[in-house]
Design a protein around this ligand. Structure first.
Ligand code: ADP
Length: 268
């Protein structure tokens, strides 16, 4: 993330670093999807051999920003065995009785996996802050706590990729309108989406604080414009590819004697 980035001034309709159009992006996703899938298989193979390395993709964004579409269109390109998806909604009564990071810890990817969080512990400084769900003294201490938590996760071998998907106010309205027009999209609509929309500015402030306070060397934020869904999907795919490449993976060596096994096979 560029230092000093102001989310309120961010152009959600831009396509930074990408010169092509929608069809070029779709072609790229297919082509790079093969590569992503290969890298994911490498990660998985290493995990099976006992390696603890993993990748965690954290997706945050306002309603309609396309988090679900990214999970389907990008992570859907790799072997589902190697992906663990978690959506974080309003905490259950049981979760509420626990520390807010507890449900997050339980959902962290194990070695060899790509974990995907659709919403995350950041809700505990976003919706919680906007709606005063806990006192300020409590949520304001969470930024440092989250940084320490993520440092621990990163040190254990997980590369953390944090993405804020930025949709514009106008595009959100258009997407909500579409949900209200199409019976196949009613299920995605919730009347509370309009209530949340009324808090747009407070959410922008809360997101700004997240970017300012929790973009660290071990877990930087990436701010991705998503008024054009095809761009957001391409961008997130490249971020996941980059994270996998940074694990510098090789195929794990055989844990058996290859020549002896060949000889046994020949005689069988
Ligand atoms: P989505 O809107 O992502 O499709 P849901 O309809 O399940 O999924 O909405 C999840 C809701 O849960 C969001 O309104 C979100 O703000 C809320 N939520 C998530 N985490 C928390 C939390 N820790 N405390 C309160 N509300 C939360």
């Amino acid at each position: 993330m560029r230092a000093g980035l102001r989310i309120a001034e961010f152009d959600a309709n831009s396509t930074p670093g990408f010169k092509g159009d929608k069809s070029a992006a779709k072609e790229l996703i297919v082509e790079r999807g093969d590569y992503l899938s290969k890298l994911q298989e490498l990660l998985y193979a290493n995990g099976r051999a006992g390696d603890r390395r993993s990748v965690l993709l954290v997706l945050q964004g306002m309603d309609t920003s396309g988090k679900g579409g990214i999970v389907r269109h990008v992570m859907g390109l790799v072997d589902p065995q190697g992906v663990s998806n978690h959506s974080f909604g309003v905490p259950t009564e049981e979760e509420q009785a626990q520390h807010y990071l507890q449900r997050i810890r339980r959902a962290l990817p194990v070695g060899g996996q790509i974990g995907v969080f659709d919403r995350s512990h950041y809700e505990d400084v976003l919706v919680v802050r906007v709606h005063d769900l806990v006192p300020e003294s409590e949520w304001s201490a969470r930024y440092d706590e989250i940084n320490a938590f993520e440092a621990e996760v990163a040190a254990s071998g997980t590369i953390i990729v944090k993405v804020v998907l930025v949709v514009s106010f106008a595009e959100q309205k258009a997407r909500l309108a579409e949900r209200l027009e199409r019976p196949d999209k009613f299920w995605k609509y919730s009347p509370s989406d309009i209530d949340e929309r009324a808090h747009w500015l407070e959410y922008q402030e809360a997101y700004q604080a997240v970017l300012d306070k929790t973009s660290t060397a071990h877990a930087p934020w990436h701010v991705v414009p998503c008024d054009r869904k095809w761009f957001a999907r391409t961008a997130v795919m490249e971020l996941v590819i980059d994270a996998l490449e940074r694990q510098h993976l090789n195929w794990p060596p055989a844990d058996f004697d290859v020549e002896a096994e060949k000889a046994r096979l020949a005689q069988s």
